[in-house]
Ligand binder design. Structure first.
Ligand code: PHE
Length: 343
């Protein structure tokens, strides 16, 4: 009998089950009324009195071990079942991935986002406005004299004459709208599409993109502008970049300047990209003309400001070393795919 008990004990220890049915079958075999263990309890009656103590102990051990085993195995199966059900409701993170070919941003968007971001980090907010503008917002408010050549049919796409409605030639028009609707402090940049009636070539297009900036507050100086634009140049082209301001003319700024950056390719030594000058022109800028502030109902005695404007195509051409501006508009996938990583 002892052998039988030991054999069953081994069997109990070794028992494993994957389904509730297997576990139940084992319980029936071992513990049910007609099972092995109750049968042993029957046999126990005929055990010699001197062996009873030890045998009884063994038998009870077996019964307890079998009961525990059945309970734990059933609990384990239930738990596994539960987590399997839960997993079915959730996405399976271990599934292999289908790689869909994803698109990429247009290089002009990449550069525009970078420019926006650089100015947003120092508190400029983005403003947008209509692409079809009236004469006031595109020209008159910006101090363009009546006879200014930029108003000419040569440069501007007119939609209607008298009153003049045209495609905006710069996003300065947006800044007029901002000044008209807000009092200083004003810190804004206006990215957007602009239109000029120019022959299409490697260097010019009738549609291009600009980011223009405007900062108006009390006591804003030319030095503030210079420092901000130096910050921009370094963020855009690299820490070593230098800037240079050359006197220029715009109707809406006085004084006005063109800003050059040290050549990003040769660092100023001279190369074909900078035409051996060491410098590359990237934007126009200046102090907002008091007439412009007054046109927009801003007190020019109290407030001063600076403005600047750059072409996104030009910046993108410098950064990506693109020599023909028309590439941006041809939508040739072989060209566009090169910017895939630049999201
Ligand atoms: N609006 C000018 C242009 O389109 C750029 C500019 C903006 C220049 C602000 C000076 C100040 O060319």
């Amino acid at each position: 009998m002892l052998d039988k008990i030991n054999a069953l004990l081994e069997e109990v220890k070794a028992f494993e089950a994957n389904t509730p049915e297997e576990a139940e079958a084992f319980r029936v075999k071992m513990l049910s009324k007609k099972g092995e263990i109750p049968a042993l309890f029957q046999d126990f009656k005929s055990v010699a009195p001197e062996d009873r103590k030890e045998m009884g102990k063994k038998l009870n051990e077996l019964k307890q071990a079998a009961t525990e085993k059945v309970n734990t195995v059933k609990a384990q199966i239930e738990a596994a079942e539960g987590s399997r059900k839960q997993a079915e409701d959730k996405p399976d993170m271990t599934m292999p991935v289908n790689f869909w070919p994803i698109g990429s941003r247009h290089p002009l968007s990449v550069i525009r986002n970078r420019i926006n971001n650089i100015f947003q980090r120092i508190g400029f907010v983005i403003s947008e406005g209509p692409e079809i503008e009236d004469d006031w917002h595109n020209f008159s408010a910006l101090n363009f004299p009546e006879e200014h050549p930029a108003r000419d049919m040569q440069d501007t796409f007119f939609v209607e004459k008298n009153p003049d409605i045209a495609l905006r030639t710069h996003t300065s028009s947006v800044q007029v709208r901002v000044m008209e609707s807000q009092q200083p402090p004003i810190r804004t940049i206006s990215p957007g599409r602009v239109f000029r009636n120019e022959a299409i070539s490697a260097r010019a297009h009738c549609i291009f993109h600009q980011v223009e900036g405007l900062y108006i507050d009390e006591a804003v100086s030319f030095a503030d502008m210079k420092q901000t634009l130096l910050y921009f140049a370094r963020e855009m082209f690299g820490e070593e970049t230098k800037i240079r301001l050359r006197p220029s003319f715009f109707p809406f700024t006085e004084p006005s300047a063109e800003m050059d950056v040290s050549c990003t390719l040769c660092g100023g030594k001279g190369c074909p990209v900078c035409k051996y000058s060491g410098w590359i022109e990237i934007m126009g800028c200046g102090m907002v003309d008091p007439n412009v502030l007054e046109n927009c109902n801003i007190d020019s005695k109290k407030y001063t400001g600076y403005a600047f404007g750059m072409g996104i195509e030009r910046i993108a051409m410098i950064i990506y070393q693109i020599h023909d501006l028309r590439m941006f508009f041809e939508n040739d996938l072989r060209f566009l795919k090169q910017f895939e990583a630049a999201n």
